[in-house]
Design a protein around this ligand. Structure first.
Ligand code: GLN
Length: 489
């Protein structure tokens, strides 16, 4: 059974359908691994052993009746930002430590309807604010390639769970890179879909105009399977796109011949670590050999994207965080002596430092007198960023560059220097500002740590993006590398 955890999801499906093992056996295998290994990686905030085994038994029944769908019986790890009925949803915060949502997020409902098995809820930066998982109230998820290094954030628990083979698939959310950056740091594949492709209903809001849920997995083929389950219109999310469900596996084998790849010159500046530069150059050459054409392009607004993102994301966060006031749900302080005291102490006790910093920055940027100088200015630059992309996508099909300027850094490197931490998001935030789909794939190693390549496509071109990623993975094996670190007891 042990080789099972190194299998792709398609192979697991095959194993289930051919009765090599049942979903209950498969789920037990993963739960056992979580029990022994998660003490090292801290990937999960909550493990749902009983419920998972129940869901697996139901999946086995469906398989027996010949009613299996594409992911029936396949276990997955769910980022603790997606609301789950009967299972607590903490969003990595003390504020929601005791919160049990009365309903399921659409993404969770879709996984459930597909007969998937939820192993548990994964660790994350508090309210998804962070790039290292160090803002989690539950301690950081540790990088399985080197436990002294960060997993990336905010979907660090999902990334470490997949990388340490504690789950074959995971959900994530990406407001400014939170699917792609931890995927790159942990050597897995992750996709941020086009804004509106996956419903945000029941996904706890951080920056509502930027947030997007998506899949994380070992390889592109597995991403395509999970995206096929979770994507599609949802009338409960007013920003959900009208497109219905799609089978994202259908075009995976499409040739990439004559596709035009743009290389943004701003992404290869002196700030990029030279080893990462070389690795991405190699990956681009590889893709050229597959028949794609390479073209140098420019995204002139690149130097502005980090400050623009942090003004807008903080502004939206300050508004979204206002609902946590100790009145309806979440943390409430002891014995408040007035309504102001209730608000002040509940929020002071419930939120961590990074969330407070963002609320302060966001409230400042939105306050009268500063609104024009910060929020409105940032909105105008956001339009310039989008225009840059609209203009390059007239000439190219995809853009390729590094996912991050460095490999996973050591814990506590930037905890006292938030601006340096924010700068590590330089390559990821623009896809969110523009709303574009963007993929991170393992492309090599530097100092024994994984390096990610980022491929961004035009709006709703996930299928093409996945086919390029699949072609790359069919010809390389970076995505199959597995950490040999000793994990667990
Ligand atoms: N690192 C970015 C931030 O801290 C992005 C986080 C995210 O995508 N949720 O805001």
């Amino acid at each position: 059974m042990h080789d099972v955890i190194l299998s792709t999801v398609s192979a697991l499906k095959e194993g289930l359908l051919s009765k090599k093992y049942s979903s209950v056996e498969l789920t037990t295998e993963y739960l056992d691994r979580i029990k022994t290994i998660d003490s090292s990686t801290n990937s999960f905030i909550t493990v749902c052993e009983e419920a998972a085994l129940r869901q697996a038994a139901r999946a086995d029944e469906l398989i027996k009746q010949g009613k299996a769908g594409i992911l029936t019986g396949i276990p997955y790890a769910n980022k603790d930002i997606f609301c789950t009925k009967n299972v607590r949803t903490t969003c990595g915060s003390k504020m929601l430590d005791n919160f049990i949502a009365p309903y399921n997020a659409t993404v969770v409902e879709k996984c459930m309807d597909a007969g998937m098995v939820m192993l548990g809820k994964t660790n994350m930066d508090e309210f998804a604010m962070g790039s290292s998982n160090e803002t989690s109230f539950y301690g950081r998820a540790k990088n399985p390639w080197d436990l002294t290094r960060v997993s990336g954030g905010s979907s660090g628990g999902s990334a470490t769970a997949v990388a340490a083979r504690l789950a074959p698939l995971a959900t994530g959310s990406d407001t400014g890179g939170s699917i792609r950056q931890p995927s790159a740091f942990c050597g897995i594949s992750g996709l941020k879909p086009t804004y509106g492709r996956v419903s945000r209903y029941g996904m706890i809001a951080f920056g509502s105009s930027l947030d997007q849920g998506g899949p994380m997995a070992h390889c592109v083929e597995d991403l395509a399977l999970l995206l096929s389950v979770i994507a599609g219109h949802d009338h409960r999310d007013s920003t959900s796109n009208k497109r219905g469900p799609e089978n994202f596996c259908r075009h995976l084998n499409k040739s990439v011949k004559n596709k035009v790849i743009g290389i943004p010159k701003e992404y290869f500046s002196n700030n990029l670590n030279p080893e990462i530069h070389l690795i991405i150059d190699e990956a681009i050459k590889h893709i050229e050999k597959l028949g794609a054409k390479i073209k140098d392009v420019s995204l002139p607004s690149t130097s502005l994207v980090v400050p623009t993102y942090y003004v807008l994301a903080s502004a939206e966060c300050s508004s979204n965080m206002s609902r946590y006031d100790g009145v309806r749900f979440g943390h409430r302080c002891e014995d408040p002596n007035s309504i102001e005291d209730l608000y002040e102490r509940s929020r002071a006790e419930g939120f961590g430092d990074e969330v407070k910093r963002r609320i302060l920055m966001g409230t400042y940027a939105l306050s009268s007198g500063y609104y024009d100088a910060y929020y409105e200015k940032a909105q105008k630059i956001r339009r310039l960023v989008k225009n840059d992309y609209i203009s390059v996508f007239k000439d190219v099909d995809f853009l390729i560059g590094p996912t991050c300027p460095s490999i996973a850094f050591h814990a506590e490197t930037f905890t006292h220097d938030p601006v340096q931490m924010y700068l590590s998001d330089v390559y990821t935030v623009s896809a969110n500002l523009a709303g574009l789909p963007s993929l991170s794939l393992p492309a090599g190693f530097s100092q024994g740590m994984p390096v990610g390549m980022q491929i961004t496509g035009n709006y709703f071109r996930e299928s093409e993006l996945l086919s390029l990623g699949h072609a790359y993975q069919t010809n390389t094996d970076w995505h199959n590398r597995y950490t040999t670190q000793k994990l667990g007891k």
